[in-house]
Every structure is written in C-alpha cells, then in structure tokens.
Design a protein around this ligand. Structure first.
Ligand SMILES: Cc1cc2nc3c(=O)[nH]c(=O)nc-3n(C[C@H](O)[C@H](O)[C@H](O)COP(=O)(O)O)c2cc1C
Length: 193
C-alpha cells in the first residue's frame, strides 16, 4: 500500500494536481493508494510534552493516530507540499512534528543505531514554488529527508517545480504532469519489490 499525503491547503492546487497524477500512475500499476488530505484532518501541532517517551506513541488523541497506522502499514510514501516561506506548508509540518513520537520510539526507546537502520520504504516528494531561485527547495529537501528517515523511508525521488503560483498554473505544463504520473508508476514498482 502507498500513502499519498496532500499537504496543500488548496484542494485543486498545483501540488495536489501533480500528486493526483502520481496516484493515478501508481494505481495503473496495480498499487493500492490511500489518500491523506491533511487540510481535512483534525491534527494538533506537537505540544512537546513528550508523552511519547513512555511507549513511543503520541498521546494526543486526534486524526494523527489513524495517519500513524497508515504510515506504518505502507511500503511507499508520496508527499506533496507547496513551498511556504522556503519550507513545507504548515499542514505538512504539523504532521512531520507529530512524527517526533516515532523518532522517540526509534532512537530513544528501541535505540536503533543510525548506521544499522533499515530503509524499508520508498518516498517520493513533490513540491512547487512561485519563484525561481536556485535555493528554493534546499531547506525543504533536508526537512523531508529527515521526515522520511523517521519513517524508514528513503527519499527515492523528488519532483520540484519552480514558477508555479496561481491555482491551476501546473495545467500549462503537461510535461510536469506526465513526469508525476511516471514517478507514480515507478514508485509502485519499487515499493512492491
Ligand atoms: C503562505 C505562503 C507562503 C509562500 N511562500 C513562498 C516561498 O517562500 N517561495 C515561493 O517561491 N513561493 C511561495 N509561495 C507561493 C506558493 O508556493 C505557490 O503559490 C504554489 O504554487 C502553491 O502550491 P499549491 O497550489 O499546491 O498550494 C507562498 C504562498 C503562500 C500562500
């Protein structure tokens, strides 16, 4: 199973449309895809109370608990977020921070050696920004790499698009959409094998 995480507040925004294509690509290869639309969920930010120190589970009872199960059950992750102030959207960052509970389990409770950890999942990251600067995605890529790391996922592929701003701008770029669809197909194959 592959999870597709929609991180934009816009339902039909640029990153969501690209992720839709990736989902279709994965499904065309026979993959089961579970969509997680963050803007529809009730998810508190991490409160840094470290209730997770006991059992490695976040103690805040909200929609994160279901998402956690999905993240642990999947073999592939697709994450799509727009760039907001040179990082991921707030919706996306809230999910990432709640996964600190998984970090606590992995490194504090189970004491996994960083060099011996198994990267059992494949991760695809899709992002878009309005500007065209060389460094537009630099910070975000580090953030996503370490978020995926907590999920035992390798940052397998990133699709990063500059110069997209208004809702639907990506529709002017059928090549971007096709690239996303192909990445979905490829992810389904590598995540299955
Ligand atoms: C709060 C906010 C912050 C943004 N910050 C940046 C930024 O730092 N760099 C950039 O290039 N675009 C920035 N943008 C523009 C978005 O990345 C751009 O509109 C993108 O296409 C939105 O993607 P979406 O349609 O998937 O939501 C920002 C937009 C918003 C609303």
């Amino acid at each position: 199973m592959i999870v597709a995480i929609y991180g934009s507040p816009r339902r039909r925004g640029n990153s969501s449309r690209l992720l839709d294509e990736a989902v279709l690509g994965a499904q065309s290869e026979g993959a089961t895809v579970e969509k997680i639309v963050l803007r529809d969920l009730k998810m508190s930010p991490c409160l840094e109370i470290y209730g997770c120190k006991k059992e490695g589970r976040c103690v805040i009872q909200d929609d994160f608990q279901t998402v956690r199960e999905q993240l642990l059950a999947c073999s592939g992750i697709m994450l799509a977020s727009p760039i907001f102030f040179y990082t991921v959207s707030a919706h996306t960052k809230i999910l990432m921070d709640r996964c600190q509970s998984l970090w606590v389990k992995k490194y504090w409770i189970d004491q996994i050696d960083r060099h011996e950890r198994q990267m059992t999942r494949k991760g695809l990251f899709i992002s878009v920004g309005a500007t065209r600067g060389k460094k537009l995605f630099d910070g975000t890529l580090l953030t996503v790499k370490y978020f995926f790391d907590v999920l035992d996922a390798e940052l397998w592929q990133s699709l990063l698009y500059r110069g997209l701003d208004l809702e639907g701008d990506v529709l002017q770029h059928p090549d971007y959409l096709e690239e996303a669809r192909q990445a979905g197909r490829d992810l389904a194959r590598v995540a299955a094998g």
